[in-house]
Design a protein around this ligand. Sequence first.
Ligand code: BG6
Length: 303
Amino acid sequence: MNPSAASLRDLELPGIASFHQDPGGLTELRVSTTAASARIFLHGAHVAEFQPAGQRPVLFMSAASHFAPNKPIRGGVPVIFPWFGPRSGHPESPAHGFARTNAWEVESLQSSDGTNVEAVLKLTSSPATKALWPHDFILRHRIRIGASLEMELEVENRSAEPFSFEEALHTYFSVSDVRKTSVTGLEGTRYVDKTDGMKIKTEGDAPIRITAETDRVYLQTQTTTAIDDPGLARRIEIAKAGSDATVVWNPWVAKAKAMADFGDEEWPAMICVETANAGESAVTLAPGAVHRMRARIAVTPLG
Ligand code: BG6
């Protein structure tokens, strides 16, 4: 169940962070400081908006998105756990796991200086999650809103046995026109091409240009990536830690039409560059152990 906005009043930070009830039944946290504004849904611990002061929104949100319990939100930053994409050997399981369709609790909401706000959201294994995945865990998503957006997904194994999982901060970035942007930082990196029978390929030396449906899992890469967007005169930098894979996705024309919660004409306005551990970088965690994956998203002018 989604905790109601009214039940969270005591946690609010007057003037900078408050909870709101949406018509669809979801609860959201709105943050507004001199550094940035943001919207975070407890459903999926989902950052739906991040806008540094004086700048345009950094994240893409689909106008066709659902905002309903049990359905993922299309855009922003879905949290993917404990499997990425379809679950291997389980065609009946929901794509990208269950973290994005569960209601998370608010563990804490703080600001040390009135400018930077940190929300910590928590999801604990339950009979519902154990029906899908039989392990005990605690997930914490630490979201820091300031001049940059920082996210840290923490996975703690509370089972008596080790478990393995995949994860992603499935970030949708807003761009002027994906065909006129380029992605740097993945030059020379091996990747799985999900649009070409999962073939393993190696990226060339030039920045990536999107010219068709693109769905790639770049392997063994910890580097900072950047999206250069001359149309918006900005560069979005994605620095990361605890992540060995980076996913680049744009659905292009046909796949956009096939998705019910994504507008047919919205694909040029977005690109996903996802901080992930997926496929060969799935994480195995011993009982009691903790794994953390971080992403820091910052915007700079493109000179
Ligand atoms: C990407 C995957 O991360 O997410 C794609 O690599 C997938 O294969 C896309 O199509 C969107 O997934 P979903 O489940 O949100 O429609």
